[in-house]
Design a protein. Sequence first.
Lengths: 419, 378
Amino acid sequence: MKPFISMRTAIQTVRLALPAMLCMLLNLASPAWAHKASDAYLQLGQASAPASHNATSSTTDKSTALKYSIALRDLDAALDTLDIDNNRSLEWGEVRQNLPAIQAWVGQGLLLQCDGQNAPLSWAFESLEQRSDGAYIRLGSTAACPRGDFVITYQLMQDVDSTHRLLVGGQLQGQSIAAVASPQNKPTVNLRAASAQAVQAVQGAQSVQSALPAQQSGPAAFMQFFPEGIHHIATGYDHLAFLLALMLPIMLRRGSDSAQAAQTLHHQRPGLVALLRTVTGFTIGHCITLVTATLGWITPPTWVEPAIAISIGVSAWLNLYPVRWLRQDVLALGFGLVHGLGFSGLMREANVSDALLPWALAGFNLGVEAGQIAGVAVWCGLHWVVARWQRYEQVVVRGGSWALLALASYWTLQRLSSA
Amino acid sequence: MYFFYPTCLALLLAASCALAQAAGRDMQPTSDSQVLETLPARVRTSTTTPQAAALAARQAITLARETADTRYLGRAQASLARWWNQSDAPVELAVLQATVHQSRHEFAAARTILTQALQREPGHAQGWLTLATLERVAGNYPTAMAACAQVTRAGAALYGAACQLETASLQGQHDEARRALAALQRQTTDASTQAWLGSLSAESEERAGRDSAALAAYQASLALAPDGYTALAAADLLLRTSQAGAALKLLADQPASDAVLLRRAYAFKLQKDPQWQALSTELQARFAALDQRGDDPATHARERALAYLWLDADAAKAWQSAKLNLTLQKEPLDWWLALQSAQRAGQTAELARLRTEVATSGLRDARLSHLLSAGKTL
């Protein structure tokens, strides 16, 4: 038995490695295309350090992650020492040995002033990047600058390239930002001022929102969050896709073959029971994590979104290549835990006061269940109509699973690349 | 059926890989000897003497032309920084600044700098030659002719003559241009000069409506000395005469500038090869990046108009970009682009106005004739 299993695992590993291989081939096929003048990129976002979910401190304690990317071709012009052997071919070893010099160079030319004070940044190598016009190096730093001006001064490449720009993007405490700094003409940009109006608008909206629940009764909070729950599942295609992946192989009704007609009722019951068990498993799973994460007992890790996408892919894969000992309802329970963490994001952002939280949570959770039941009902109806089709198994179950697998792979890649 | 779904999956994955790449994809080097980037020859940008600055700027401009990478124009500007926009800058450096502007399609700035520099030193042949090019591109043929005469007066007789012949050919003297350019080619033994004269001859033949003679002249010129500008012109002829495969072959070795990428996409589209869509997406990403930088949209309007016309079949947008482009440059391709998109967009009044403008400019080009005859409005 043992050799057989390891061989099958080996084949699956090869198949799973296919996406990575495809990306590599595509990369080789597309040469580095230079097209525009030299740009470096500064991407801002929330630092991944665990943040407190306490409603009052969550907006002020977050530190900002800064990610700076610059083309190796530009770095070569700025740092004479980069191409150590001077053979005009830049190897990883040369970049690696130069990392301290690169970090120091970025440190002296990319500065942050927070609320009028110099905020020290300490840059560390993160990764190499392939962009449309060549290879880039990315350095990262974090900064704690919760309020006041957020001023970036950019002086790198000033003597080397007169048209060099720093394109700033990403999010600063939930606000989308976009700015351009030019070492020659406009080396300084105040990112907080740039988004100050938007910040004020949002703060205004938040204060209105948080003022409302304070005067709200518990049932009112319930009624406010019940439709939120329905909306969340109706527009959360990934949760619906996961449910569909679970439900696809369950036969509620046999094909149209009249010889089997007598057996229809016989088969129907286990099908229906299996469906109920699976959907209930998913519900129990996501209830547990939705409640615990909303109450702040656990912190959702950063891999939740990719993991949700992967759960869809795994379920679809198991429809195509079933593993006998793995029970559908247990799988639903396990992955339900992951999806619940995803649901909790909205609740955590809502900043509901402690007194109303149980009501809001109940409303949201029951809304999610209602949306889920509606989804299951629609599927049952559809299934009832098309299950008679002789090629149902081939087209709907297998085809649908392949389609879900494709969708899940796409989402996984997308979420991993934006993580 | 068995292979259908896996194939779909593979295609979807490939598409998402391409999307992820456009933004910037992490790569993990596996060994110290892995090559990350091939670097061009090192160009000094920190310069103290005008001579060193001129040398560095010239090297950087050449690099920008060879690689179609405009970042080297920024480096050229950096090496000229001490003299940039200085009214007392050495004329040699002012002319180089104008060349940087011209390469970035900042024609107005280039003209201002050149005019001032040539007042200070009227004997600067390169300055007059660059000014003549600017005037010709703007469709000011008499002014261009005068600048060409100054090139000859400054002692560069061959360049002055070629400059005049090119300008005369644009105004319809195709046969004379052909004979005289051939004579000039016999006067020189330098391959790149011969190739340049040959490309002028090829363009003249194309304007005369002699496509096969033009193609032969382009090919002869490229055989003498490869040149990106000539390759693009030849590719345009091939695309216009439905030889997409030959155009792709010709562009295969060219650095993928926006102009080259656009023509590759169009050639694939003509061949009904789905590769054109990926290239079109890449081109859109580049345009978006230029917008993000805050570049003047007019300087890339020609490529945008062609993309709307060839790839998106959106005549209305093509016309908007073509109109903007025409404020910047008025080469035959720019007139063709404006006429074609105005006609497709059903801009009857604008079409009539364009026809009058072409007639006033004095341009004679067989490629425009079917768009200029008022009888055909659609």
